[in-house]
Design a protein around this ligand. Sequence first.
Ligand code: BLA
Length: 300
Amino acid sequence: MSGGGGAGVLGAGSSYQRFVRTALEQTRLRTALTPHPSQEKFRLIRANDDAAVLDALSFSAPKIRLLRSLTVEKKNSVQVLDFAAFSEPEYDLPIFCANAFTTPAQSIVVLDLNPLYDITEDKDYKDKYYRNLMPLMQKYSELLPWGGKITSESLRFFSPIVIWTIFEPTERNHHVLYSALMDYYKVWLQLTDQATEENDTTKVVRNREAQHRYLTWRAEKDPGFPLLKKLIGESHAKDLVTEFLFEGVYSLGSKSFLDYFPEYARDDGTVNKKRSMIGKSFEARPWDATGEFIGGKDAG
Ligand code: BLA
């Protein structure tokens, strides 16, 4: 492969579709997917630009509150994957998060099992889900190296196994990415299989609020929003974000963005539109091979 260029991007796009197809097949081998109510409204969503094709799918299943996927494909231009899975609040399962934004110049990727709880503070949660998964991260840490400085606030939603990377969209790199996507997703499915229902109401309430906080963050600060706005217009983009991608933001809790993230409050009480209040930091991977946080508070 000659590296970069249009061919790589075409290959990349079809590999995101292929990932979605295969991930859904893998899910169906283990559980019964039911179409999610949000699917009806967004299934046939069209871009203003005929060259861009959006594909939105959403399901639920036992233990799984929402499994949804959005791909955007514009030939020789952009390819987007946004695939996520959220458990019912009776489970404290991590959130499966696969995001990729590909242009002919580069691919920006976040792939993770986002923790429901802060893993630097909650050691039990970290041990429960991530201790055994560190080798998985190491398998990919050289091929998909840390992408450099990142919006500092994002770090609290990431786990020690996160793959945050920016690479040239070559066939080879996308082959590695595909393999990582499948590995991580299969791990999430396996954790879901093994998960036992929480009966303690206090803990269920806590899980629900943790998921709501995550949804609130992403619905407000998603880096993909400007592009979605360009593709389908501001009001459709807002609906897509709140009723499809981060569905639950209106129903799982009643706290507002500023209740969770008061540092974004402006003097007039509105939300600061800046993505980050702290700025970017973490030039290098801020966890060591055992998953210990080594980034420091103001590493940057
Ligand atoms: C860039 N997307 C980024 C960056 C991150 C993410 C970390 C780098 C810039 C930064 O540091 O903020 C992704 N950030 C995440 C994710 C979480 C997070 C997944 O906090 C989860 C907690 N990206 C998409 C989709 C689109 C997209 C669906 O996932 C478009 C529809 C676009 N992402 C996109 C673009 C950039 C980007 C255009 C580069 C421009 C920018 O940095 O704003």
